[in-house]
Design a protein around this ligand. Structure first.
Ligand SMILES: Cc1cc2nc3c(=O)[nH]c(=O)nc-3n(C[C@H](O)[C@H](O)[C@H](O)COP(=O)(O)OP(=O)(O)OC[C@H]3O[C@@H](n4cnc5c(N)ncnc54)[C@H](O)[C@@H]3O)c2cc1C
Length: 439
């Protein structure tokens, strides 16, 4: 077991990508190489009553892996082996530090893919994806991380090893502890291994980009696709603030085509026919649209989405919010976010996994600015209020972490929150694992 207590090592793991800056540094960081390292760390932590913050790749956006004085960080990024890919069963067995895109690429060698593809897939770990129940672009059709997890190997707060779930596609023996741990943000157990479901790579993919005169029309078109009972594998929405940033970064002229774009992909043997059906649905809303079955051209159409965040990051410090609404409420949600931006004077760009009703209002502030106070925080709180008022949720995929914990009672209510805290106490009676986060 490697324990590091020098300031540089502690500073490197003190927070994630949320922009949250803890006032103090954690006491040390354990860089685990084996399950035994994790067992030893948790036994020690239990004996000394020292809180442990488990860390994957540190790309989280809710300050879930932020750590402070009095805590130690358990860094699992070094446990990055793909233990097995079993093509005949369409499953993979992995260590928690494997990067999401690496698993997808390895599955690809067998004609398979790993469906959950957060936009951070090149830099986020499977353990972190499991702990946050990460979503992504393809989740519109294939579901979120929970839908891909068959079984987990866990180490509990006191160092005991437990396996949950199964190696089979079906199975209902006992309570579903696997699903409970997925999305528990490092507060119930440490995920030290996972058995994951893979899927056959689609035979064909067709892509469409549609441009709109305003954002509300684009959101209404996205809802119309759902209403028409079509199920694209990707359905992403990008607003004008983002398109302007992309144009400035890439020298493109996407903004000239409209104030919002929808990028849609359909896959499988009927991909072309499905994308034609999508085109028919969006045409009455759109100012123009283009579709292709050519992979190179498809990447060009996806560029507005893929380049959006890095382009916004060139214009200031960005804070990526994350709310979800029922899919029929998407137009009301984007209209509300525009109104909040106008009222508070805070610059908000919106990118959405529109197929899931999952919006990322991105608050852009001057360099060195913060989102946890002043008008940016007022704007963020107004967005949370809006999502709840529309029958939505405070977080679609990034988690509660530290940043939304004060809001959680508003969504869950007293009894549900109290039940959740009782479950935490069963797994972790001494409160060793990631205290003060999630619930
Ligand atoms: C540019 C960018 C784009 C993003 N796009 C998306 C997106 O499309 N969809 C999405 O869902 N998220 C997205 N995210 C957020 C982030 O990448 C995800 O939340 C991801 O799942 C975090 O993985 P990680 O390995 O970085 O975890 P970390 O940030 O290290 O940790 C996240 C949480 O998981 C816990 N944890 C980590 N590993 C384990 C483990 N092995 N056992 C128990 N608990 C653990 C931590 O304690 C913490 O609470 C994006 C982030 C960035 C920076």
């Amino acid at each position: 077991m490697k324990l590091f207590t020098d300031e540089e090592s502690r500073r490197a793991v003190a927070t994630d990508r949320s922009g949250h800056l803890p006032a103090t540094l954690p006491d040390g960081v354990v860089r685990a190489a084996t399950v035994d390292d994790i067992v030893e760390t948790l036994r020690w932590a239990t004996e000394h009553r020292t809180p442990v913050v488990t860390r994957g790749a540190g790309t989280g956006l809710a300050a879930g892996s932020s750590a402070q004085a009095g805590e130690i960080v358990l860094d699992l990024s070094g446990m990055d082996r793909i233990v097995a890919i079993r093509p005949d069963d369409q499953v993979a067995v992995v260590e928690p530090g494997v990067l999401t895109a690496d698993l997808d690429a390895a599955a690809g060698e067998h004609g398979l893919f790993y469906a959950p593809d957060p936009a951070s897939s090149a830099i986020s770990s499977i353990g972190g994806n499991i702990a946050t129940n990460a979503g992504g672009l393809r989740c519109a059709k294939y579901g979120v991380t929970r839908d891909a997890v068959l079984g987990l190997d866990l180490v509990l707060a006191d160092g005991r090893k437990v396996s949950t779930g199964r190696q089979t596609v079906k199975g209902v023996a006992g309570y579903d502890l696997t699903s409970l741990v997925v999305g528990s943000e490092g507060t119930l157990a440490v995920v030290v291994g996972a058995t994951l479901r893979l899927r056959p790579r689609p035979a064909a993919i067709a892509t469409l980009a549609a441009h709109f005169d305003d954002l509300v029309a684009a959101a209404a078109a996205a809802s119309a696709i759902t209403t028409a009972r079509l199920q694209p594998s990707v359905l992403e929405l990008v607003d004008s603030v983002t398109l302007e940033a992309v144009d400035a970064a890439r020298g493109s002229s996407l903004r000239a085509l409209g104030a919002a774009v929808l990028v849609v992909q359909c896959d499988g043997l009927s991909a072309r026919a499905e994308i034609d059906a999508v085109a028919a649905v969006v045409a009455p809303f759109a100012s123009s649209w283009r579709s292709t079955s050519d992979p190179v051209e498809a990447e060009e159409l996806l560029a507005a989405r893929r380049a959006g965040l890095p382009a916004l990051e060139r214009t200031g410090d960005v804070f990526i919010e994350d709310v979800a609404v029922p899919r029929s409420q998407l137009a009301a949600a984007v209209a509300g976010i525009q109104e909040i931006s106008a009222r508070t004077g805070v610059r908000i760009a919106t990118i959405a996994h529109a197929g899931d009703g999952n919006l990322h209002p991105i608050i852009v502030v001057e360099r060195g600015g913060t989102v946890t106070e002043g008008p940016p925080w007022d704007a963020a709180c107004a967005v949370f209020d809006l999502a709840l008022a529309l029958g939505g949720t405070l977080t679609g995929e990034h988690g509660v972490g530290l940043l939304k914990r004060t809001w959680l009672r508003r969504e869950l209510g007293d009894d549900s929150l109290s039940l959740q805290r009782s479950i935490k106490a069963v797994f972790d009676p001494l409160g060793i694992l990631n205290p003060g986060k999630a619930v």
